[in-house]
Design a protein around this ligand. Sequence first.
Ligand code: ATP
Length: 466
Amino acid sequence: MPNQAKNNLMEKMISLCKRRGFVYPSSEIYGGMQAIYDYGHYGTLLKNNIRDAWWKAMVQMREDVVGLDSAIFMHPTTWIASGHVAGFNDPQVDCRKCKSRFRADHILEEFGISADKAPLEELNKHLEKLREEKKLKCANCGSTDLTPAKIFSLMVKSNIGSPTDELKEENVVYLRPETCGGIYLEYKNTVDSLHKKLPFGIAQVGKAFRNEIVARQFIFRTREFEQMEMQYFLHPSAMKEKYEMWKNIRWQWYLEYGIKRSEIHWYQHEKLAHYASEAFDIEYNFKTLGGFKEIEGIHARGNWDLSQHSKYSGVELDYFDEKTGEKFIPHIMETSVGLSRLVFMFLDQAYTEEKVGAEIRVVLKLDKRLAPMKAAVLPLSKKEELTAPAREIWNDLKRNFMVEYDETQSIGKRYRRQDEIGTPYCVTVDFETLKDKAVTVRNRDTMKQERIKIKELGKYLDKKLN
Ligand code: ATP
């Protein structure tokens, strides 16, 4: 997609998200905070629905996965044991002129050089070559005065519980950079309290924090975000089979919620972390970002995590298999996805512009189960004789569905607004309603209208929505 079209689409997306109450830049009245966003009414509803759809597939439908909600703050040794304090870095390049920051591997990517997780020396060698060839320029101001790559830690620090205000190595408590850390620490309690037998998984949804160097892609990459992770504990001999099983489960989940087969693909990591034996990402083809980008990682992590935490804590984290008499540290495979990134993916895929007569209709064609509002009840006029029965319908429906009532503006404008927030059904109460005790139900995608008896409306929506 040409850059101009991609940028226009991104601007339209950001504008729709703000205008219609999905996503706002955080702290806007104080000038904003880069790469931090707030979710408005519809954004929160959409995010919660995506979260619930994930939870349903990962926990509710399975007997081998249990849930967890661990704290954001953890003992600081957690992140030393996991290797994050020493190694959770990105390579940073600064523009000396305009002070913009870049990720060195992302700069190289633009030149077709794959440098994900490459050592600093290798990155600088590539950068130096580009500099000599006079190709290295600041993407913001065009200056050629860029620094060499240096290491930048992504860990976010706090002084929680510290008696001093000063942040020193001894009193630093990190905000978790990924949610799975809490899962590893609760592995033992889960086995002891729930008596789970291998293989089994622990799933959790929660906030994670990363001091990302560059964050210019709306909610794709933010410094505070939500992750949905599932860690599956198993005997190493089961890894191959279970890895394939989870790859398939996660792939099908995207198709089930309306992502087209042609819009996702697998990306296999060539360079693996030293403890990993396999790493695949699902990538989605973002219209707004102009190409395939990672949305979810599925990784085989060996027994690294539990071994490290056992070593640093001095607590035995072995599993005893009563059937075979074998004692071992379980291996882990994980599925890891950003909830906020999925919000962006579903918005990106749903955003549609259609020509209707002389006008362009903007509509979010979200899966009905994910749509923030399931229906809107709209009296044709503000006259009491219509608003009273319309409110009665709303009062009835709201017990079972997220439904809104709206009597402002013309009916055309109200349809337009509901299309833009992706509401699958608009229920219009008109003067005929008073005689035939029926309403007009308009379908978001086809714009076709049906006359439905009020007393059958709940059942009708239930059938259509589920
Ligand atoms: P990248 O290389 O893009 O920085 P990563 O490979 O380090 O990402 P993981 O640590 O594997 O990402 O994180 C798992 C998932 O969490 C990602 O697939 C993504 O959906 C989500 N995620 C990671 N970082 C962010 C972020 N800064 N903002 C939003 N979501 C994120």
